[in-house]
Ligand binder design. Structure first.
Ligand code: GDP
Ligand code: FE
Ligand code: FE
Length: 195
């Protein structure tokens, strides 16, 4: 399968190889499932399917980098120092997009933003952002209480899915005494009244 648009300087096979090189097989297989799930959600929601597939494949590209590597990028690029209070869970998306630019030379801001927003969301999310956020949560390999409800809501409306996921994630973090990134709370508040 070849990409029809020149969004990135690679074929799908070349991109797959580059992603696989940076991830263990389990994480790589998850990325392939998110690619397919994102393609399907894009088709259902009249979004560019190729962009969705590429962003889905790339979304966890930086997941297995060391804390040291992330801290260096945050400092070198003078990103928000508040990021330093969090860890890989937050960094691999928000900061991970920088590795995609620097190593893969992919500069499509819609794709990069979807990667940046895939874990914590954002008060304003494009439909592509919403698709990657949800595809990551409901891909067929996911199995947790509530995933079927998440799939049903997302098929009804992306926005319902986004609010549900944000609410579930916040509940989980609070119940487990985990720190909450302010961006996660901002997402929750902004998506509050979406029906
Ligand atoms: P994955 O990369 O495919 O495993 O999925 P995600 O990128 O969606 O999430 C990575 C992890 O980040 C999950 O375990 C979430 O629970 C966690 N996470 C999401 N929001 C926050 C937050 O505000 N604070 C913290 N500490 N973790 C979060
Ligand atoms: Fe992730
Ligand atoms: Fe993921």
């Amino acid at each position: 399968t070849e990409y029809q648009e020149n969004l990135i300087p690679y074929t799908r096979d070349e991109l797959i190889k580059k992603v696989h090189e940076k991830l263990d097989d389990k994480r790589f297989q998850h990325c392939l499932r998110v690619e397919q799930q994102a393609f399907q959600l894009a088709k259902q929601n009249q979004v560019n399917t190729e962009k969705a597939a590429i962003a889905g494949l790339l979304h966890d590209y930086a997941k297995q980098r060391s804390d040291h590597d992330f801290i260096k990028v945050i400092n070198d690029k003078q990103m928000d120092p508040e990021l330093l209070d969090y860890g890989n869970a937050i960094w691999h998306g928000v900061v991970g997009a920088e590795f995609i630019k620097d190593e893969l030379h992919i500069f499509d801001e819609e794709i990069l933003n979807a990667v940046r927003r895939h874990t914590v969301g954002a008060p304003y999310m494009t439909r592509l952002d919403q698709i990657i956020y949800m595809a990551d949560y409901i891909e067929p390999g996911r199995d947790f209480p509530g995933v079927e409800k998440a799939r049903e809501l997302t098929n009804q409306s992306l926005k319902k899915g986004v609010f549900f996921q944000t609410q579930q994630t916040l509940k989980y973090l609070v119940e487990n005494g985990r720190p909450i990134y302010p961006g996660t709370i901002a997402t929750y508040n902004a998506w509050q009244n979406i029906q």
